[in-house]
Design a binder for this molecule. Structure first.
Ligand code: 13P
Length: 254
């Protein structure tokens, strides 16, 4: 069950997909189907952020980005700053996704600096952690996740209501997921680490699961202790699937 007193968050990471027309259609369909229950968030690619944010203004669906630079402005060709994201209507930003850690060599220190930038701009960061398949097979999943948390979260994280997403790298886009016991074990480890570092505030932070989440497995995953929502990739590109996952969160015991 989700953490008592914590409102779940169902977040869609659209990654590098869509067009102007597809982003508008997807955002519109999500807003039209949004019901009571979890907080809803969609994270389009940068070019579609302003349009999606404008279309969702006043609707119960928040808008976030998929990355930001650690600096507020300057000579950083091709990068986007946290204040810019805030300026175009984003309220969340995903940071430290494994695809960025792998494809852009983002270290824990880099993720921490970006997270500090997000907090300074008034954005809610969603910081991703998760082990590779080799690390899981070696029995290192919880040690890896703990180390990533320690290195990636700045001191102000809990006071600002930051979100952690557990995304095992080998479960992303593969159709494979950890067992329910494995997910529960890692989420319990994350919760314990957050409480150890941040005290009571760490007990109320949202911990999302991500990796091949879909309507058929969402009910079971969202019923697990310390699972306070989901970070959805592929299934977030289909409004009906994303909304079905949101309904599963609404129905999960709390
Ligand atoms: P999939 O849901 O496509 O496995 O992606 C998960 C993810 O990486 C969300 O950030």
């Amino acid at each position: 069950m989700a953490t008592p007193g914590v409102r779940p968050l169902i977040a869609g990471n659209w990654k590098m997909n869509g067009s102007t027309a597809e982003a508008a259609a997807l955002a519109g369909a999500v807003a039209a189907g949004a019901g009571p229950g979890p907080d809803l968030l969609v994270c389009p690619p940068f070019p579609y952020l302003p349009g999606v944010a404008a279309a969702l203004a006043g609707k119960p669906v928040a808008v976030g980005a998929q990355d930001c630079h650690a600096a507020a402005k300057g000579a950083h060709t091709g990068d986007v700053s946290a204040p810019m994201l805030k300026d175009v209507g984003a309220t969340y930003v995903i940071l430290g996704h494994s695809e960025r850690r792998a494809n852009h060599a983002e270290t824990d220190a880099a993720v921490r600096a970006k997270t500090e930038a997000a907090l300074a701009a008034g954005l809610t960061p969603i910081v991703c952690v998760g082990e590779s398949e080799a690390e899981r097979l070696a029995g290192e999943a919880e040690a890896v996740v703990t180390s990533q948390l320690d290195g990636s979260l700045p001191d102000g994280f809990a006071a600002a209501g930051g979100v952690v997403a557990y995304e095992p790298v080998w479960a992303i886009g593969t159709g494979r997921t950890p067992t329910e016991a494995e997910i529960a074990a890692v989420h319990a480890t994350i919760r314990a680490r957050l409480v150890a570092r941040f005290g009571a505030a760490g007990g109320g932070l949202r911990i999302l699961y991500g990796g091949s989440m879909k309507p058929s497995n969402a009910v079971a995953i969202l019923a697990l202790a310390n699972v306070d929502g989901g970070l959805i990739g592929g299934a977030s590109l289909v409004a009906a699937d994303f909304l079905a996952i949101a309904q599963a969160a609404a129905a999960a015991p709390r």
